[in-house]
Design a protein around this ligand. Structure first.
Ligand SMILES: [Zn+2]
Length: 265
């Protein structure tokens, strides 16, 4: 899910966002490929763009879901409390569509990048499991998962892959109904994945940070990219368009994830 209103968003100091011109942002596949070959630790931050290449509809693009549906009717806690059946039917349809999606060459390249002696740590804003399907082992979902349900009363989180759901809304053992385990508008990021990312940063040098298919419009995405940079990473934006990373990137590889990432192996 990609919206703009998650609350806490530490913004980087403005000085870091100023352009320096020169060699910054130039396209250079060979340079990045060299860096990958030598890298022991690679961080990857992915967004809707990479899933869109597998036929998963995005939320905010010109043809995105939020053009057709009002997010306030489906992706807020208030909407869910008002009409859980309506919200769940909508998510059920998303899940049925998602069940057809398969990883694309971008997901597969990231999975192939991890090998003995090279860690690849993926932070994804996507609620699908295409990285896992591709074979990636370390995947942190910061906006939740379409394949999990959660009880707000007792905190139970369950994996649920039934498509379509036999019971709408799905019940919890405690008698309450389950909600999608997805971060909705106006909600905080869940603490577990945020902790995992903080721990990752404490573990030492990062050689490369690939930011793939995201507008990087959230403050925390920018913040993590900057932290990776400070930990030694070459910061690479893989995106057909310009993103919110602006001039903090070292290299902009302009193109789709499925076209660019396989060239880095
Ligand atoms: Zn419960």
């Amino acid at each position: 899910m990609t919206e703009e209103r998650y609350p806490e968003s530490p913004s980087p100091p403005p000085s870091l966002l100023k352009g320096e011109g020169g060699t910054k942002g130039r396209e250079d596949v060979a340079l990045v490929r060299e860096r990958v070959a030598a890298a022991k630790n690679v961080m990857v931050i992915t967004g809707a763009g990479i899933s869109a290449e597998s036929g998963v509809p995005t939320f905010r693009d010109d043809n995105g879901l939020w053009k057709e549906f009002n997010p306030l009717d489906y992706a807020t806690r208030e909407a869910f409390r008002r009409d859980p059946v309506k919200v769940w039917k909508w998510y059920d349809e998303r899940r049925v569509n998602m069940a057809q999606a398969r990883p694309n060459p971008g997901h597969l390249a990231l999975a192939a990048m991890a090998r003995p002696g090279r860690r690849v740590f993926i932070v994804t804003q996507n609620v699908d499991d295409l990285h896992e399907q591709a074979g990636s082992k370390e995947v942190v979902h910061i906006h939740g998962s379409l394949w999990r349900t959660r009880c707000e009363r007792d905190g139970t989180v369950l994996e649920n892959r039934e498509t379509p759901l036999t019971e709408v809304p799905p019940p919890c053992m405690c008698g309450e109904i389950m909600r999608p385990d997805i971060v909705w508008f106006g909600e905080n990021l869940p603490w577990q994945p945020v902790e995992q990312i903080h721990h990752y940063f404490l573990e030492g040098r990062i050689d490369l940070c690939l930011v793939v298919g995201t507008e990087a419009s959230f403050g925390y995405i920018l913040q993590w990219a900057l932290q990776a940079h400070e930990a030694g990473a070459m910061l690479v934006d893989v995106n057909p368009r310009d993103s919110g990373l602006g001039s903090i990137i070292d290299v902009h590889l302009r193109g789709k994830a499925g076209e660019v990432l396989p060239k880095l192996l």
